[in-house]
Write a protein that binds this ligand. Structure first.
Ligand SMILES: NC(=O)c1ccc[n+]([C@@H]2O[C@H](COP(=O)([O-])OP(=O)(O)OC[C@H]3O[C@@H](n4cnc5c(N)ncnc54)[C@H](OP(=O)(O)O)[C@@H]3O)[C@@H](O)[C@H]2O)c1
Length: 447
Protein backbone atom coordinates (compact mmCIF):
# COMPACT_ATOMS: atom_id res chain seq x y z
CA UNK A 1 0.00 0.00 0.00
CA UNK A 2 1.35 3.42 -0.81
CA UNK A 3 1.83 5.92 1.95
CA UNK A 4 -1.03 8.26 2.51
CA UNK A 5 0.99 11.28 1.59
CA UNK A 6 1.73 9.60 -1.69
CA UNK A 7 -1.77 8.95 -2.76
CA UNK A 8 -3.27 12.32 -2.26
CA UNK A 9 -4.48 13.43 -5.61
CA UNK A 10 -6.11 16.60 -4.47
CA UNK A 11 -3.90 19.69 -4.40
CA UNK A 12 -2.31 20.35 -1.06
CA UNK A 13 -3.95 22.95 1.14
CA UNK A 14 -1.58 25.79 0.83
CA UNK A 15 -0.77 28.51 3.24
CA UNK A 16 0.99 30.48 0.54
CA UNK A 17 -1.19 32.68 -1.57
CA UNK A 18 1.43 32.85 -4.26
CA UNK A 19 1.53 29.11 -4.48
CA UNK A 20 1.00 29.02 -8.23
CA UNK A 21 4.41 30.45 -8.93
CA UNK A 22 5.61 27.12 -10.13
CA UNK A 23 2.97 27.21 -12.83
CA UNK A 24 3.33 30.83 -13.67
CA UNK A 25 7.04 30.64 -13.98
CA UNK A 26 7.92 27.07 -14.56
CA UNK A 27 5.17 25.93 -16.86
CA UNK A 28 5.99 27.91 -19.97
CA UNK A 29 7.89 26.34 -22.78
CA UNK A 30 9.88 29.50 -23.28
CA UNK A 31 12.05 30.89 -20.52
CA UNK A 32 10.84 34.12 -18.96
CA UNK A 33 12.56 37.08 -20.59
CA UNK A 34 12.02 39.41 -17.68
CA UNK A 35 13.05 38.95 -14.13
CA UNK A 36 10.45 37.34 -11.97
CA UNK A 37 8.37 39.84 -10.17
CA UNK A 38 7.76 37.36 -7.39
CA UNK A 39 11.42 36.90 -6.93
CA UNK A 40 11.91 38.30 -3.46
CA UNK A 41 10.83 35.92 -0.77
CA UNK A 42 9.15 38.72 1.14
CA UNK A 43 6.65 39.10 -1.72
CA UNK A 44 6.13 35.43 -2.11
CA UNK A 45 5.06 35.15 1.49
CA UNK A 46 2.16 37.43 1.80
CA UNK A 47 3.24 40.78 0.45
CA UNK A 48 4.25 41.69 3.88
CA UNK A 49 7.08 43.89 4.86
CA UNK A 50 7.80 41.57 7.72
CA UNK A 51 10.04 38.70 6.70
CA UNK A 52 8.37 35.31 6.90
CA UNK A 53 9.69 32.95 9.52
CA UNK A 54 9.41 29.83 7.41
CA UNK A 55 11.02 29.27 4.05
CA UNK A 56 8.71 29.33 1.08
CA UNK A 57 7.93 25.88 -0.13
CA UNK A 58 8.14 27.19 -3.70
CA UNK A 59 11.36 28.96 -3.11
CA UNK A 60 12.91 26.94 -5.85
CA UNK A 61 11.05 29.17 -8.29
CA UNK A 62 13.54 31.91 -7.89
CA UNK A 63 16.16 29.47 -9.00
CA UNK A 64 14.04 28.22 -11.82
CA UNK A 65 14.13 31.74 -13.15
CA UNK A 66 17.80 32.05 -12.86
CA UNK A 67 17.46 34.52 -10.07
CA UNK A 68 19.56 32.63 -7.67
CA UNK A 69 23.23 33.05 -7.24
CA UNK A 70 23.65 29.41 -6.38
CA UNK A 71 23.32 27.01 -9.32
CA UNK A 72 20.58 24.43 -8.91
CA UNK A 73 21.72 20.86 -8.73
CA UNK A 74 18.73 19.68 -10.70
CA UNK A 75 17.42 21.20 -13.92
CA UNK A 76 13.98 19.75 -13.21
CA UNK A 77 11.35 22.39 -13.59
CA UNK A 78 9.01 20.41 -11.37
CA UNK A 79 11.38 20.49 -8.48
CA UNK A 80 8.67 22.06 -6.40
CA UNK A 81 6.93 18.69 -6.42
CA UNK A 82 9.12 17.49 -3.63
CA UNK A 83 7.68 20.24 -1.52
CA UNK A 84 4.14 19.61 -2.61
CA UNK A 85 4.31 16.02 -1.51
CA UNK A 86 6.72 15.95 1.28
CA UNK A 87 6.73 19.51 2.50
CA UNK A 88 10.28 18.75 3.47
CA UNK A 89 13.49 20.47 2.64
CA UNK A 90 15.10 17.23 1.62
CA UNK A 91 14.52 16.03 -1.94
CA UNK A 92 12.18 13.05 -2.23
CA UNK A 93 13.99 9.81 -2.92
CA UNK A 94 11.48 8.69 -5.49
CA UNK A 95 8.74 10.50 -7.33
CA UNK A 96 5.30 10.15 -5.88
CA UNK A 97 3.25 7.92 -8.13
CA UNK A 98 0.11 9.81 -7.34
CA UNK A 99 1.55 13.19 -8.02
CA UNK A 100 -0.88 15.28 -9.99
CA UNK A 101 1.98 17.52 -11.01
CA UNK A 102 2.82 15.80 -14.24
CA UNK A 103 -0.66 16.52 -15.44
CA UNK A 104 -1.00 19.95 -14.00
CA UNK A 105 2.20 20.92 -15.73
CA UNK A 106 1.60 19.33 -19.06
CA UNK A 107 4.24 16.75 -18.48
CA UNK A 108 2.46 14.04 -20.42
CA UNK A 109 3.81 12.59 -23.63
CA UNK A 110 0.84 13.87 -25.55
CA UNK A 111 -0.13 17.40 -24.98
CA UNK A 112 -3.27 17.63 -22.92
CA UNK A 113 -5.59 20.53 -22.72
CA UNK A 114 -4.03 21.93 -19.62
CA UNK A 115 -6.09 21.95 -16.49
CA UNK A 116 -3.64 24.43 -15.02
CA UNK A 117 -5.32 27.72 -14.34
CA UNK A 118 -2.02 29.51 -14.75
CA UNK A 119 -1.32 28.47 -18.26
CA UNK A 120 1.26 30.42 -20.23
CA UNK A 121 -1.63 31.66 -22.38
CA UNK A 122 -2.95 33.61 -19.48
CA UNK A 123 0.42 35.26 -19.07
CA UNK A 124 0.76 35.88 -22.77
CA UNK A 125 -2.62 37.57 -22.76
CA UNK A 126 -1.30 39.96 -20.18
CA UNK A 127 -3.52 38.85 -17.36
CA UNK A 128 -2.48 41.24 -14.70
CA UNK A 129 -1.69 40.38 -11.15
CA UNK A 130 -4.76 40.90 -9.04
CA UNK A 131 -6.87 41.80 -12.10
CA UNK A 132 -10.33 40.36 -12.79
CA UNK A 133 -9.04 37.50 -14.89
CA UNK A 134 -6.52 36.61 -12.26
CA UNK A 135 -9.11 36.74 -9.50
CA UNK A 136 -11.47 34.62 -11.57
CA UNK A 137 -8.72 32.11 -12.15
CA UNK A 138 -8.01 32.04 -8.45
CA UNK A 139 -11.60 31.37 -7.46
CA UNK A 140 -12.91 29.17 -10.30
CA UNK A 141 -12.82 25.44 -9.57
CA UNK A 142 -9.87 23.69 -11.16
CA UNK A 143 -10.76 21.04 -13.76
CA UNK A 144 -9.71 17.76 -12.19
CA UNK A 145 -7.39 15.46 -14.11
CA UNK A 146 -8.69 11.98 -14.87
CA UNK A 147 -7.83 9.80 -11.89
CA UNK A 148 -6.79 6.25 -12.61
CA UNK A 149 -6.09 3.38 -10.24
CA UNK A 150 -3.83 0.47 -11.17
CA UNK A 151 -4.94 -2.74 -9.47
CA UNK A 152 -4.45 -5.31 -8.04
CA UNK A 153 -0.75 -4.63 -8.42
CA UNK A 154 1.26 -2.24 -10.44
CA UNK A 155 4.68 -1.52 -11.80
CA UNK A 156 6.50 1.67 -12.61
CA UNK A 157 5.96 1.22 -16.32
CA UNK A 158 2.19 0.87 -15.86
CA UNK A 159 2.07 3.95 -13.66
CA UNK A 160 4.22 5.81 -16.19
CA UNK A 161 1.89 4.78 -19.00
CA UNK A 162 -1.10 6.18 -17.13
CA UNK A 163 0.67 9.43 -16.39
CA UNK A 164 1.93 9.76 -19.94
CA UNK A 165 -1.68 9.73 -21.11
CA UNK A 166 -2.33 12.75 -18.93
CA UNK A 167 -4.07 11.13 -15.95
CA UNK A 168 -3.20 11.20 -12.28
CA UNK A 169 -2.76 8.01 -10.31
CA UNK A 170 -5.17 7.63 -7.46
CA UNK A 171 -6.40 5.05 -5.02
CA UNK A 172 -9.51 3.18 -6.20
CA UNK A 173 -11.84 5.10 -3.91
CA UNK A 174 -10.89 8.33 -5.67
CA UNK A 175 -10.41 7.03 -9.21
CA UNK A 176 -12.74 7.22 -12.18
CA UNK A 177 -11.00 4.36 -13.97
CA UNK A 178 -8.93 1.29 -13.22
CA UNK A 179 -6.19 -0.42 -15.18
CA UNK A 180 -6.61 -4.03 -14.10
CA UNK A 181 -3.35 -5.93 -14.24
CA UNK A 182 -4.17 -9.52 -13.26
CA UNK A 183 -4.86 -11.99 -16.05
CA UNK A 184 -6.99 -14.36 -13.98
CA UNK A 185 -8.61 -12.75 -10.95
CA UNK A 186 -12.10 -11.92 -12.20
CA UNK A 187 -13.76 -12.39 -8.80
CA UNK A 188 -11.48 -9.82 -7.28
CA UNK A 189 -12.27 -7.36 -10.02
CA UNK A 190 -16.00 -7.98 -9.60
CA UNK A 191 -15.73 -7.22 -5.88
CA UNK A 192 -13.73 -4.09 -6.58
CA UNK A 193 -16.32 -2.80 -9.04
CA UNK A 194 -19.20 -3.59 -6.71
CA UNK A 195 -17.50 -1.67 -3.94
CA UNK A 196 -16.55 1.25 -6.18
CA UNK A 197 -19.26 2.50 -8.52
CA UNK A 198 -16.96 5.47 -9.18
CA UNK A 199 -14.85 3.23 -11.47
CA UNK A 200 -16.57 4.05 -14.73
CA UNK A 201 -13.93 2.66 -17.09
CA UNK A 202 -11.93 -0.57 -16.86
CA UNK A 203 -8.86 -1.22 -19.01
CA UNK A 204 -7.94 -4.91 -19.22
CA UNK A 205 -4.39 -5.83 -20.22
CA UNK A 206 -5.04 -8.83 -22.47
CA UNK A 207 -6.48 -9.43 -25.90
CA UNK A 208 -8.25 -12.64 -24.87
CA UNK A 209 -10.67 -11.64 -22.13
CA UNK A 210 -12.70 -14.82 -21.71
CA UNK A 211 -11.92 -15.14 -17.97
CA UNK A 212 -13.51 -11.72 -17.47
CA UNK A 213 -16.63 -12.12 -19.60
CA UNK A 214 -18.94 -12.81 -16.66
CA UNK A 215 -17.66 -9.74 -14.79
CA UNK A 216 -18.00 -7.62 -17.89
CA UNK A 217 -21.57 -8.76 -18.47
CA UNK A 218 -22.44 -8.27 -14.79
CA UNK A 219 -21.23 -4.65 -15.00
CA UNK A 220 -22.66 -3.30 -18.24
CA UNK A 221 -22.77 0.19 -16.73
CA UNK A 222 -18.96 0.39 -16.96
CA UNK A 223 -16.95 1.05 -20.10
CA UNK A 224 -14.65 -1.88 -20.87
CA UNK A 225 -11.57 -1.84 -23.05
CA UNK A 226 -8.90 -4.48 -23.53
CA UNK A 227 -5.67 -5.03 -25.41
CA UNK A 228 -7.21 -6.59 -28.46
CA UNK A 229 -5.08 -5.99 -31.53
CA UNK A 230 -2.19 -4.65 -29.45
CA UNK A 231 -0.15 -7.83 -29.71
CA UNK A 232 -1.02 -8.47 -33.34
CA UNK A 233 2.47 -8.17 -34.81
CA UNK A 234 4.37 -10.40 -32.37
CA UNK A 235 1.66 -13.06 -32.40
CA UNK A 236 1.33 -12.98 -36.19
CA UNK A 237 5.09 -13.32 -36.50
CA UNK A 238 4.96 -16.32 -34.19
CA UNK A 239 2.16 -17.87 -36.24
CA UNK A 240 4.23 -17.43 -39.39
CA UNK A 241 7.27 -18.96 -37.68
CA UNK A 242 5.20 -21.94 -36.54
CA UNK A 243 3.67 -22.41 -39.96
CA UNK A 244 7.01 -22.25 -41.76
CA UNK A 245 8.63 -24.52 -39.19
CA UNK A 246 5.81 -27.02 -39.68
CA UNK A 247 5.83 -26.94 -43.47
CA UNK A 248 9.63 -27.14 -43.48
CA UNK A 249 9.68 -30.08 -41.07
CA UNK A 250 11.79 -28.20 -38.55
CA UNK A 251 10.15 -29.83 -35.52
CA UNK A 252 11.38 -33.20 -36.71
CA UNK A 253 14.82 -32.02 -37.80
CA UNK A 254 15.35 -30.20 -34.52
CA UNK A 255 14.86 -33.45 -32.62
CA UNK A 256 16.98 -35.58 -34.96
CA UNK A 257 20.35 -36.80 -33.82
CA UNK A 258 21.39 -38.14 -37.20
CA UNK A 259 21.22 -37.13 -40.88
CA UNK A 260 17.67 -37.84 -42.07
CA UNK A 261 15.72 -38.02 -45.29
CA UNK A 262 14.44 -34.89 -47.01
CA UNK A 263 10.95 -33.67 -46.22
CA UNK A 264 8.95 -30.47 -46.18
CA UNK A 265 6.81 -28.36 -48.41
CA UNK A 266 6.54 -24.79 -49.63
CA UNK A 267 4.42 -22.17 -47.98
CA UNK A 268 4.53 -20.36 -51.30
CA UNK A 269 1.16 -20.75 -53.02
CA UNK A 270 -0.39 -22.72 -50.13
CA UNK A 271 -4.07 -22.63 -49.37
CA UNK A 272 -4.66 -21.19 -45.93
CA UNK A 273 -7.77 -20.93 -43.77
CA UNK A 274 -7.52 -18.15 -41.21
CA UNK A 275 -10.11 -18.28 -38.43
CA UNK A 276 -10.59 -14.75 -37.09
CA UNK A 277 -10.11 -11.59 -39.06
CA UNK A 278 -8.85 -9.24 -36.36
CA UNK A 279 -5.51 -7.72 -35.48
CA UNK A 280 -3.48 -10.93 -35.56
CA UNK A 281 -4.89 -12.15 -38.85
CA UNK A 282 -4.43 -8.77 -40.51
CA UNK A 283 -0.80 -8.60 -39.39
CA UNK A 284 -0.32 -12.21 -40.53
CA UNK A 285 -1.77 -11.39 -43.95
CA UNK A 286 0.70 -8.53 -44.34
CA UNK A 287 3.59 -10.82 -43.44
CA UNK A 288 2.53 -13.74 -45.59
CA UNK A 289 1.84 -11.53 -48.62
CA UNK A 290 5.11 -12.37 -50.45
CA UNK A 291 4.27 -16.09 -50.24
CA UNK A 292 1.34 -15.59 -52.61
CA UNK A 293 -0.94 -17.88 -50.62
CA UNK A 294 -4.64 -18.37 -51.27
CA UNK A 295 -6.14 -17.07 -48.04
CA UNK A 296 -9.69 -17.51 -46.77
CA UNK A 297 -10.52 -15.50 -43.66
CA UNK A 298 -13.48 -16.42 -41.49
CA UNK A 299 -14.84 -13.69 -39.27
CA UNK A 300 -18.09 -12.85 -37.55
CA UNK A 301 -19.02 -9.85 -39.67
CA UNK A 302 -19.22 -10.10 -43.45
CA UNK A 303 -16.90 -7.25 -44.56
CA UNK A 304 -13.87 -8.32 -46.57
CA UNK A 305 -10.56 -8.31 -44.72
CA UNK A 306 -7.86 -6.40 -46.62
CA UNK A 307 -5.23 -8.68 -48.11
CA UNK A 308 -7.33 -11.82 -47.93
CA UNK A 309 -8.21 -13.71 -51.09
CA UNK A 310 -11.73 -14.09 -49.72
CA UNK A 311 -13.62 -13.45 -46.49
CA UNK A 312 -16.40 -15.68 -45.22
CA UNK A 313 -18.85 -15.30 -42.34
CA UNK A 314 -18.58 -17.60 -39.31
CA UNK A 315 -21.30 -19.96 -40.52
CA UNK A 316 -19.19 -20.84 -43.58
CA UNK A 317 -16.16 -22.04 -41.66
CA UNK A 318 -16.46 -25.54 -43.21
CA UNK A 319 -16.00 -24.01 -46.65
CA UNK A 320 -12.79 -22.30 -45.56
CA UNK A 321 -11.38 -25.47 -44.04
CA UNK A 322 -12.18 -27.81 -46.92
CA UNK A 323 -8.92 -28.81 -48.62
CA UNK A 324 -6.92 -26.13 -46.82
CA UNK A 325 -3.18 -26.88 -46.49
CA UNK A 326 -3.13 -25.18 -43.11
CA UNK A 327 -5.49 -23.53 -40.70
CA UNK A 328 -4.36 -20.69 -38.46
CA UNK A 329 -6.54 -19.92 -35.44
CA UNK A 330 -6.64 -16.27 -34.31
CA UNK A 331 -10.09 -15.68 -32.89
CA UNK A 332 -11.51 -15.08 -29.42
CA UNK A 333 -12.60 -17.96 -27.22
CA UNK A 334 -16.37 -17.80 -26.97
CA UNK A 335 -19.09 -20.39 -26.53
CA UNK A 336 -19.46 -20.32 -30.30
CA UNK A 337 -15.77 -20.89 -30.96
CA UNK A 338 -14.93 -23.50 -28.31
CA UNK A 339 -13.88 -26.65 -30.20
CA UNK A 340 -14.39 -24.84 -33.47
CA UNK A 341 -11.89 -27.40 -34.74
CA UNK A 342 -13.45 -30.75 -33.83
CA UNK A 343 -12.94 -34.17 -35.39
CA UNK A 344 -15.37 -33.50 -38.24
CA UNK A 345 -13.74 -30.21 -39.21
CA UNK A 346 -10.21 -31.55 -38.88
CA UNK A 347 -11.21 -34.16 -41.44
CA UNK A 348 -12.15 -31.41 -43.91
CA UNK A 349 -8.55 -30.20 -44.12
CA UNK A 350 -6.37 -31.42 -46.97
CA UNK A 351 -4.31 -34.55 -46.24
CA UNK A 352 -1.02 -33.49 -44.69
CA UNK A 353 -2.43 -30.15 -43.50
CA UNK A 354 -1.01 -28.29 -40.51
CA UNK A 355 -2.95 -26.81 -37.61
CA UNK A 356 -1.43 -23.62 -36.20
CA UNK A 357 -3.05 -22.29 -33.04
CA UNK A 358 -2.00 -18.94 -31.55
CA UNK A 359 -5.41 -18.11 -30.07
CA UNK A 360 -6.64 -20.35 -27.23
CA UNK A 361 -6.16 -24.06 -26.66
CA UNK A 362 -9.87 -24.75 -26.24
CA UNK A 363 -10.56 -23.76 -29.84
CA UNK A 364 -9.30 -27.22 -30.74
CA UNK A 365 -10.66 -30.51 -29.47
CA UNK A 366 -7.34 -31.86 -28.23
CA UNK A 367 -8.37 -35.52 -28.30
CA UNK A 368 -9.60 -35.18 -31.86
CA UNK A 369 -6.33 -33.47 -32.77
CA UNK A 370 -4.26 -36.30 -31.30
CA UNK A 371 -6.36 -38.80 -33.24
CA UNK A 372 -5.99 -36.88 -36.51
CA UNK A 373 -2.24 -36.67 -35.99
CA UNK A 374 -1.97 -40.37 -35.15
CA UNK A 375 -4.05 -41.36 -38.16
CA UNK A 376 -1.63 -39.52 -40.42
CA UNK A 377 -4.37 -37.31 -41.84
CA UNK A 378 -2.68 -34.20 -40.52
CA UNK A 379 0.84 -33.23 -41.45
CA UNK A 380 1.33 -31.78 -37.99
CA UNK A 381 0.31 -29.23 -35.42
CA UNK A 382 2.15 -26.15 -34.22
CA UNK A 383 0.61 -24.93 -31.01
CA UNK A 384 1.39 -21.84 -28.95
CA UNK A 385 -1.68 -22.57 -26.83
CA UNK A 386 -3.02 -25.90 -25.61
CA UNK A 387 -5.96 -27.42 -23.79
CA UNK A 388 -5.16 -28.09 -21.02
CA UNK A 389 -2.66 -25.31 -20.54
CA UNK A 390 0.05 -25.69 -19.43
CA UNK A 391 0.16 -29.00 -21.27
CA UNK A 392 0.96 -31.63 -18.62
CA UNK A 393 4.17 -33.59 -18.78
CA UNK A 394 3.64 -36.93 -20.46
CA UNK A 395 0.79 -35.69 -22.65
CA UNK A 396 0.84 -37.55 -26.01
CA UNK A 397 1.34 -34.28 -27.91
CA UNK A 398 4.80 -33.86 -26.36
CA UNK A 399 6.16 -36.99 -27.95
CA UNK A 400 4.78 -36.63 -31.47
CA UNK A 401 7.56 -35.80 -33.92
CA UNK A 402 5.32 -33.62 -36.06
CA UNK A 403 4.08 -31.50 -33.18
CA UNK A 404 5.73 -28.24 -32.27
CA UNK A 405 4.73 -26.67 -28.98
CA UNK A 406 5.68 -23.25 -27.68
CA UNK A 407 4.57 -22.33 -24.15
CA UNK A 408 2.23 -19.45 -24.98
CA UNK A 409 5.10 -17.27 -26.10
CA UNK A 410 3.54 -15.66 -29.13
CA UNK A 411 3.68 -12.54 -27.09
CA UNK A 412 6.29 -12.67 -24.36
CA UNK A 413 6.25 -10.29 -21.39
CA UNK A 414 9.16 -8.37 -22.86
CA UNK A 415 7.29 -7.93 -26.14
CA UNK A 416 4.03 -7.08 -24.44
CA UNK A 417 5.26 -4.38 -22.11
CA UNK A 418 5.90 -1.55 -24.59
CA UNK A 419 2.81 -2.47 -26.58
CA UNK A 420 0.50 -2.54 -23.57
CA UNK A 421 2.09 0.59 -22.22
CA UNK A 422 1.27 2.34 -25.49
CA UNK A 423 -2.33 1.12 -25.39
CA UNK A 424 -2.81 2.34 -21.82
CA UNK A 425 -1.37 5.75 -22.62
CA UNK A 426 -3.38 6.03 -25.79
CA UNK A 427 -6.63 5.06 -24.12
CA UNK A 428 -6.07 7.38 -21.15
CA UNK A 429 -5.48 10.22 -23.57
CA UNK A 430 -8.57 9.24 -25.55
CA UNK A 431 -10.69 9.02 -22.42
CA UNK A 432 -9.61 12.51 -21.38
CA UNK A 433 -10.24 13.87 -24.87
CA UNK A 434 -13.58 12.05 -25.04
CA UNK A 435 -12.47 10.09 -28.11
CA UNK A 436 -13.47 6.46 -28.78
CA UNK A 437 -11.33 3.99 -26.84
CA UNK A 438 -9.25 1.38 -28.62
CA UNK A 439 -10.06 -2.26 -27.95
CA UNK A 440 -13.53 -1.41 -26.74
CA UNK A 441 -15.21 -4.60 -25.52
CA UNK A 442 -18.64 -5.49 -26.81
CA UNK A 443 -20.17 -7.36 -23.86
CA UNK A 444 -22.74 -9.09 -26.06
CA UNK A 445 -20.21 -10.27 -28.64
CA UNK A 446 -17.81 -11.25 -25.85
CA UNK A 447 -14.63 -9.69 -27.27
N1 LIG B 1 -0.78 -16.49 -28.26
C1 LIG B 1 -0.78 -15.32 -27.69
O1 LIG B 1 0.19 -14.93 -27.03
C2 LIG B 1 -1.94 -14.40 -27.91
C3 LIG B 1 -1.75 -13.02 -27.83
C4 LIG B 1 -2.82 -12.17 -28.09
C5 LIG B 1 -4.06 -12.71 -28.40
N2 LIG B 1 -4.23 -14.05 -28.44
C6 LIG B 1 -5.55 -14.63 -28.76
O2 LIG B 1 -5.87 -14.29 -30.10
C7 LIG B 1 -7.23 -13.90 -30.18
C8 LIG B 1 -7.41 -12.95 -31.34
O3 LIG B 1 -6.66 -11.76 -31.09
P1 LIG B 1 -6.87 -10.45 -32.00
O4 LIG B 1 -6.07 -9.38 -31.34
O5 LIG B 1 -6.64 -10.78 -33.44
O6 LIG B 1 -8.42 -10.21 -31.74
P2 LIG B 1 -9.45 -9.26 -32.49
O7 LIG B 1 -8.71 -8.17 -33.18
O8 LIG B 1 -10.50 -8.94 -31.52
O9 LIG B 1 -10.07 -10.20 -33.63
C9 LIG B 1 -10.94 -11.22 -33.34
C10 LIG B 1 -11.48 -11.73 -34.65
O10 LIG B 1 -12.24 -12.92 -34.42
C11 LIG B 1 -13.43 -12.82 -35.20
N3 LIG B 1 -14.49 -13.67 -34.67
C12 LIG B 1 -15.33 -13.42 -33.62
N4 LIG B 1 -16.19 -14.44 -33.49
C13 LIG B 1 -15.92 -15.32 -34.48
C14 LIG B 1 -16.47 -16.56 -34.88
N5 LIG B 1 -17.50 -17.13 -34.24
N6 LIG B 1 -15.94 -17.19 -35.96
C15 LIG B 1 -14.91 -16.64 -36.63
N7 LIG B 1 -14.33 -15.46 -36.30
C16 LIG B 1 -14.84 -14.81 -35.23
C17 LIG B 1 -13.79 -11.37 -35.15
O11 LIG B 1 -14.71 -11.08 -36.19
P3 LIG B 1 -15.12 -9.57 -36.57
O12 LIG B 1 -13.91 -9.00 -37.23
O13 LIG B 1 -16.24 -9.75 -37.49
O14 LIG B 1 -15.47 -8.89 -35.27
C18 LIG B 1 -12.41 -10.74 -35.34
O15 LIG B 1 -12.08 -10.67 -36.68
C19 LIG B 1 -7.50 -13.26 -28.82
O16 LIG B 1 -8.88 -13.34 -28.50
C20 LIG B 1 -6.66 -14.08 -27.89
O17 LIG B 1 -7.40 -15.17 -27.39
C21 LIG B 1 -3.20 -14.91 -28.21
Amino acid sequence: MPNLHEITATPQPTPCRFEPDANLHGNGAAPQPTPCRFEPDANLHGNSATPQPSPCRFKADANLHGNSAAPQPSPCRFKADANLHGNGAAPQPSPCRFTPDANLHGNGATSQPSPCRFTPDASAAGVGWGGPAYRRAMTEPRPEPLRVATEPRTADWIDDAVRAGGAALAPVAEAAAVVWTAPDRPDELAALLDAHPNLAWVQLPWAGIEPYLDVIRAHPDRTWSCATGVYAEPVAEHALALLLAGFRHLATYARAETWTRDAGRNLHGARLALLGGGGITRAFLRMVGPFACDTTVVRRSPEAVPGATRTLPADRVDEALTDADAVVLALPLLDATRHVLDARRLALLAPGAWVVNVARGAHVDTEALVDALRSGHLGGAALDVTDPEPLPDGHPLWSMPNVLITPHTGNTKAMARPLLSGRITDNVRRRIADEPLLGLVDPDAGY
